[in-house]
Ligand binder design. Sequence first.
Ligand code: HSE
Length: 385
Amino acid sequence: MKLRRVGFIGWRGMVGAVLLQRMLAEDDFSIIEQPLFFTTSQVGQPAPRLGCRQPPALLDANDLNALGEMEAIVTCQGGDYTAAVHARLRSRGWNGYWIDAASKLRLASDAVIILDPVNRSLIEQGLADGKKDFIGGNCTVSLMMMALAGLFNADLIDWLSVTTYQAISGGGARQMRELLAQMGHVHQAVSEMLAEPTYSILDLDKSATAALRSAQLPNAEIGFPLAGSLLPWVDREVAHAHGLSREEWKGAVEANKILGREAAPIPIESLCVRIDALRCHSQAFTIKLKQDLPTDEICAILAQGNDWVSVVANDRQQSLSRLTPAAVSGSLNIVVGRLRKLNSLTKFSAEGGYISAFTVGDQLLWGAAEPLRRMLRILHQHDCN
Ligand code: HSE
């Protein structure tokens, strides 16, 4: 049996577009009898073509009657839309599945954060309990969980500390465009000097830095220079939390909810940094394991975490060629490397078990779109049983 009617909202944005691409690539629309596309601004215009299928014209994303006819709603429209629509729809008695990329509902007690390679059993439990809100996790958190799934599943992590190197796509399409414009602006300022190999590198640097600091640098979206720099703060500040960003706060709270460990949370501390990568988030971990296992064994546990994770040998060549945003961007691969024991920390605990690791993953795929499309597959299987 197919899913009857599934409504898509926010499919034109960056995450929505990646979701559509992935659904077409995996033939996901074949499990949906009637996919319907909603819009906040272009009602009546043609819906996107799905291979040889042409869905009906675009419906109004604020029309609660039309939304109320959906068996499931998949939204990448953002938290404001969720805030405006979800509760009203529920209060009218709508009992369909709400699958959302935004953070708005993530921590609600009756919502499940979906990352099925890590928490399939929690999702199944949620379905069995009649839960209807299934929300994609924060991209940084989901990518960390995918990378360290083997260790989390085996309950081997005592605590972890992470520093992130987050791509600009996490800030949205407009910020991504602006970063590229910033790169162009800086390059333009030095392109003539670059063409002349004898030009002093210090003069080149001076001109590039002046371009970065100039009022002409496009920064209406990002707010600061990012090209050739970094921004050690992601998202808003959490009130009364002594200098914690929301991104850092989510690292602990969402990860433990994904694991169903709210009552006995694993301590997770984050320092989140925006860098000038395009769509891959990288993360450096210091992990305290509950047991001091041999490195080979840790690698094997990590490699078995799920079908997408692979362990990169901790050598220069492999790290520089495989463990980078340039290598991973656009793929579902989650790479983990730089694995080694931090022996100098052993003095803090006689049993040892301190390791470092580094991971890279595409934040638009496993960090955003992929868990949503897989949730539709899970719903389909659930309906068939
Ligand atoms: N908050 C993330 C970031 C994006 O800014 O990179 C998606 O969860």
